[in-house]
Design a protein around this ligand. Structure first.
Ligand code: IMP
Ligand code: MG
Length: 179
């Protein structure tokens, strides 16, 4: 375990098993169709990569980068920093996100992408922290529901660190400034 962590919340083995199950479920649901995965950078990267390798349907990948966070605090205002390269009109779009916390980011994504008239638009998030929700978000696929803790690893960062950890953990108080 990384020395800045107080505990591991989800081990690598449990993460991988869950991702495999999600991929199987998504492959069943989208059978015969082509999925356009829209990853939300940068937190989605390990999750999207593991999910992608396990999907058994045609898949097309694109990314968006948004901003609302600075450190561990959300500013509440979501902006597009990097937009999709593809036209998603009439496409089956599946947003891939690391965590839904307040729901503001996913609320923004749904509103923004739905104006482009996809055939379908759903959310797949690795983690769901429902205790912090400020706006209701319909989540079709979720990996784990977690308690109100600031977590890092497997794509999730604190000031751009810890994304490389293969598990999800909780930072020690001493490693966090301003939590
Ligand atoms: P929301 O808009 O509040 O739902 O926040 C979503 C984004 O905030 C996620 O995509 C993450 O990048 C970031 N975030 C929320 N909670 C955590 C956390 O516990 N650890 C790391 N990043 C988080
Ligand atoms: Mg994110």
């Amino acid at each position: 375990m990384h020395e800045d962590l107080q505990e591991i919340l989800i081990t690598e083995e449990v993460l991988q098993e869950r991702v495999q199950k999600l991929a199987a479920q998504i492959s069943r649901d989208y059978k015969g169709r082509c999925i356009t995965l829209v990853g939300v950078l940068k937190g989605c990267v390990p999750f999207l990569s593991d999910l992608l390798k396990r999907l058994e349907v045609d898949t097309n990948v694109d990314f968006m980068m948004l901003s609302s966070y600075s450190g561990s605090q959300s500013t509440g205002v979501v902006r597009t920093i990097l937009d999709l390269k593809q036209n998603i009109e009439k496409k089956d779009v599946l947003i891939v996100e690391d965590i839904v916390d307040s729901g503001l980011t996913m609320g923004y994504m749904l509103k923004n992408l739905s104006t482009r008239q996809p055939r379908s638009l759903e959310i797949c998030t690795l983690l769901d922290k429902p205790s912090c929700r400020k706006t209701k978000v319909p989540i079709k696929y979720k990996g784990f529901v977690i308690p109100e803790k600031f977590v890092v690893g497997y794509g999730l960062d604190y000031n751009e660190l810890y994304r490389n950890l293969p598990y999800i953990g909780v930072l020690k108080k001493s490693a966090v400034k301003g939590l």
